[in-house]
Design a protein around this ligand. Structure first.
Ligand SMILES: *[C@@H]1O[C@H](CO)[C@@H](O)[C@H](O)[C@H]1NC(C)=O
Ligand SMILES: *[C@@H]1O[C@H](CO)[C@@H](O)[C@H](O)[C@H]1NC(C)=O
Ligand SMILES: *[C@@H]1O[C@H](CO)[C@@H](O)[C@H](O)[C@H]1NC(C)=O
Ligand SMILES: *[C@@H]1O[C@H](CO)[C@@H](O)[C@H](O)[C@H]1NC(C)=O
Ligand SMILES: *[C@@H]1O[C@H](CO)[C@@H](O)[C@H](O)[C@H]1NC(C)=O
Ligand SMILES: *[C@@H]1O[C@H](CO)[C@@H](O)[C@H](O)[C@H]1NC(C)=O
Ligand SMILES: *[C@@H]1O[C@H](CO)[C@@H](O)[C@H](O)[C@H]1NC(C)=O
Ligand SMILES: *[C@@H]1O[C@H](CO)[C@@H](O)[C@H](O)[C@H]1NC(C)=O
Ligand SMILES: *[C@@H]1O[C@H](CO)[C@@H](O)[C@H](O)[C@H]1NC(C)=O
Ligand SMILES: *[C@@H]1O[C@H](CO)[C@@H](O)[C@H](O)[C@H]1NC(C)=O
Length: 745
């Protein structure tokens, strides 16, 4: 597979329907154009030396290291040894201070005086490239300040089965949305000199049986077009590390599967290092020979006290089981990444937190004003899916508002009572598992709402008791019901949910709560959840507004209040489809079977609904505003000498009364002869979130690169641009297309 592109060129010439083989275009250079933070150049964006230089410097260090030293550089010191969740010991003779590796995608696990950011599923729901970059920038700044050299994120597994437990740790159901978010978060994180980790490689899309034999069986087309795409984007962004996952891929453990590293390192040209997920390498020789470069946590099993690598790797080299060149490659990759990020300059902060001591107090506060960003992302990711006029609240004359549901309240038993957030206690603002953080504080929804209501002389009535909810609601002018669902990592079970959810319903009788309140009062429903939740009460005439608010982090209450009261005009968009019933989805979690056959192929999420002609309750990309946007003048310009991409522009007019953001989405349908047997569907390719003042028109430009026109051809094992008609669709959601044009190749 190393020479796949050369092979395509030969094979493609013989295939009549194929227009041209293509190389994967590296997009690093365009990111700066697309994300102009306040029009300034990205801070530190290209502060890294080249991989070539880093490799040549790293290779100079190898002769200073014994085989024993090399084995230590690629092996963690073992769980709970060292301050971080993963630790590599120091090698003073080369100025290497060791490495601190720490979770995770929402901020920093086990650290004090740090921020609980909005979860990645919320970041995806903003559809905002600048916010994606900023989130990485701020998270990386905190990680560096705490002495973390390798952050274990971003996550880019797929919301394939809607109940998937860790869905909130990644960016949803679409490969291009995931790719943009991954690329931009990585650029932001690494601009601080922190190494980002693209994880989990690969097809780790449910929790059940991931460590006990689940086998993701996928065809090559879906592998490339869907699951590999965010990793391709991560490599393009210069990601320093990749983490292999626990599950099997086509019968072989991901951390033992050489085909995966031939693709990653060979075809994609990944130059950094691959680490195992914690105890994900089960055999020292197989892990080394597959192409994995670092064994984590280092001990062979939780608490085993011995290692499959470490000085056992030295023994494997000495008796010829692992070539010395393979270990030199591992060490070169680790040191080159460390050099490339500038971590070798002696200025990197020392670790100043302790993962294993809850009473440890750091003197280093890294939070800055990041809470403003958390609040902004929380509001921008609140997806208003229905509104018949009761929102925003500030424009109505409500004297008394009832705020209802346990999810509206803060934790009753202390802010961080359950380790890794392994219980439900108050509002759900992150899921559970290793991807969580310690809350520095949390603003509960009822408090955020009360803060806005007080100056307007609005009285807030509230209850977390479902039994009295209708009577409290009846005393008010309107009710806001907070419903929730939760999910997380498989090592913790809550209410019988072993990581993955058991169903797509609201928890703790939420549907009955919503209905009991709507039966007596005009009702706004706010849902905090890791992914789709079914809304069987959607057509109840008293339910006047519904918001899917995801898991917004520490500022959750302020963020939802901003949207409810109209201080922020909502613009969040669903990064997944909400079906009418669970059976509408192509896939469910396999709770007992070990073979996970990816039979839907490339028809993930909204593509399945479209191909199968199923009408969703709320479509992928859907989200309402307090204003209205009209589209006109779609124009598709072919690439030219100055521009590698098709430029797709459209005029968008804010024809309502208030200023707001529109999320303009570009979908592409490839020539129909490339469709799968289960049907055809258009696919998201690009998006832009733009602010448009009431009454004004903006021209919005989106891009289609040549690789965006390609499909993965299993016959020739390569990306090819097919001949035929391509339909370019621009609109406000996957189900709300406003303008189309056809390109014929
Ligand atoms: C490096 O390896 C040599 C030879 O095994 C050993 O004496 C030395 O202590 C090692 N250095 C470190 C920092 O572990
Ligand atoms: C996995 O196995 C299936 C069935 O043998 C095959 O069609 C597919 O190409 C394999 N996928 C990969 C990624 O090798
Ligand atoms: C090497 O592995 C064996 C088990 O195969 C174990 O008993 C031993 O402790 C390991 N050595 C180290 C240094 O971890
Ligand atoms: C090499 O050493 C390892 C670890 O001690 C052992 O498991 C393996 O069988 C040895 N292989 C050979 C070919 O001697
Ligand atoms: C944990 O940290 C506290 C506060 O710094 C310290 O007093 C205590 O000794 C530490 N406990 C352990 C087991 O290290
Ligand atoms: C709210 O009312 C004010 C004053 O009438 C008006 O200017 C504004 O456009 C309204 N906002 C929305 C979102 O309708
Ligand atoms: C709220 O009530 C106070 C006291 O009655 C009054 O002074 C103030 O103007 C009221 N504010 C609003 C926004 O109505
Ligand atoms: C809607 O609420 C009103 C009270 O405001 C109630 O009388 C009516 O029965 C409710 N409608 C339904 C369909 O439950
Ligand atoms: C699981 O997949 C493997 C490999 O394709 C196959 O041999 C086995 O029969 C499958 N097991 C079940 C229960 O379908
Ligand atoms: C579309 O936008 C462009 C650039 O802003 C502008 O020149 C043109 O007049 C717009 N067209 C319409 C119909 O508003």
């Amino acid at each position: 597979m190393r020479h796949a592109f050369a092979l395509i060129a030969i094979a493609a010439a013989a295939a009549p329907v194929i227009a041209a083989p293509i190389q994967h275009v590296r997009r690093n250079n365009v990111v700066v154009d697309l994300v102009n933070l306040d029009k300034r150049p990205l801070p530190g964006f290209d502060n890294h030396v080249s991989w070539d230089y880093a490799y040549s410097e790293a290779k100079k260090l190898l002769p200073l290291l014994s085989q024993e030293n090399k084995s230590d550089i690629v092996t963690g010191v073992g769980w709970t040894n060292g301050f971080c969740v993963g630790n590599i010991r120091e090698m003073p003779q080369i100025g290497f201070q060791g490495l601190c590796l720490q979770d995770g995608p929402v901020g920093m696990r086990f650290a004090d005086l740090a921020t609980t950011f909005s979860t990645p599923i919320n970041l995806a729901a903003t559809f905002d490239k600048a916010l994606m970059f900023k989130q990485g920038l701020f998270k990386g700044k905190e990680q560096r300040g705490k002495g973390v050299q390798v952050t274990l994120g971003p996550g880019m597994n797929f919301l394939r089965a809607p109940e998937g437990g860790r869905s909130w740790e990644s960016y949803g159901a679409d490969p291009f949305l995931q790719s943009w978010a991954a690329r931009l978060e990585i650029l932001g994180i690494q601009s601080n000199g922190v190494i980002a980790t693209a994880k989990h490689f690969i097809l780790n899309d449910q929790e059940h049986n991931r460590q006990t034999g689940s086998d993701s069986q996928v065809g090559r087309r879906a592998l490339y077009e869907v699951y590999l795409r965010p990793f391709i984007a991560s490599v393009d962004a210069g990601v320093g590390a990749v983490m292999c996952s626990y599950n099997k891929v086509n019968g072989t453990l991901a951390c033992h599967n050489p085909a995966l590293y031939e693709i990653l390192k060979g075809e994609l040209g990944f130059k950094g290092f691959v680490m195992t997920d914690w105890w994900g390498g089960r055999d020292g020789i197989k892990t080394a020979l597959a192409g994995v470069d670092m064994m984590m946590a280092g001990d062979s099993d939780l608490g085993s006290g011995f290692s499959l690598w470490g000085q056992n790797l030295t023994a494997l080299v000495k008796n010829g089981s692992v070539p010395v060149e393979r270990v030199d490659d591992m060490v070169t990759r680790v040191l080159a990444t460390w050099i490339r990020m500038g971590q070798d300059d002696g200025t990197y902060p020392k670790v100043n937190f302790n993962s294993w001591n809850t009473s440890f107090q750091s003197s280093v506060n890294v939070q800055g004003r990041h809470k403003d960003h958390v609040r902004a992302v929380g509001a921008a990711s609140s997806v208003l899916v229905k509104n018949t006029g009761s929102l925003p609240l500030s424009n109505a004359t409500y004297k008394t508002i009832a705020v209802i549901g346990e999810d509206a309240f803060g934790p009753a038993n202390g802010l961080n009572k359950c380790p890794d957030k392994g219980c439900v206690d108050g509002t759900v603002a992150q899921g559970w598992g290793s991807g969580t953080t310690v809350f520095p504080y949390i603003v509960a929804p009822v408090d955020g709402i009360s803060d806005k209501a007080k100056p307007q002389n609005i009285t807030i009535l509230s209850t977390k008791d479902n039994a009295v909810a209708p009577s409290v609601a009846a005393k008010a002018d309107i009710a806001i019901v907070f419903g929730f669902a939760n999910s997380g990592e498989g090592y913790i079970t809550i209410d019988g949910n072993e990581g993955d959810r058991n169903d797509l319903s609201l928890w703790h009788n939420g549907d009955a709560l919503v209905k009991s309140v709507a039966d007596v009062q005009k009702t706004i429903v706010v849902i905090h959840s890791p992914g789709p939740v079914l809304a069987p009460w959607v057509d109840h005439p008293n339910i006047t507004a519904i918001i899917y608010a995801g898991m917004p982090g520490q500022e959750t209450g302020n963020a939802i209040a901003d949207v409810l009261f109209g201080d922020v005009n909502p613009s969040g968009r669903l990064p997944y489809t909400v079906g009418v019933q669970r059976s509408d989805y192509a896939v469910n979690v396999k709770y007992t079977e070990l073979n996970l056959t990816y039979d839907e192929g490339i028809l993930i999420d909204y593509r399945w609904f479209e191909a199968q002609n199923k009408t969703p309750a709320f479509a992928f990309g859907h989200g309402l505003s307090y204003t209205k946007f009209d589209y006109s003048k779609l124009n598709v310009e072919a690439p030219n000498a100055d521009r590698k991409a098709y430029k797709v522009s459209v005029n968008v007019t804010n024809s309502g009364k208030v200023d707001g953001h529109e999320v303009v989405q570009l979908y592409l349908a490839l020539p129909t002869w490339t469709c799968q047997s289960q049907g055809c569907a258009k696919e998201l390719r690009d998006f832009e979130r733009v602010h448009i003042k009431a009454g004004e028109t903006a021209t919005v430009s989106l891009h289609l690169y040549k690789e965006d026109l390609a499909f993965y051809d299993v016959v020739t094992s390569g990306w090819v641009v097919p001949k035929g008609d391509f339909v370019v669709s621009v609109g406000a959601s996957s189900a709300d297309i406003r303008q189309t044009e056809t390109i014929t190749l």
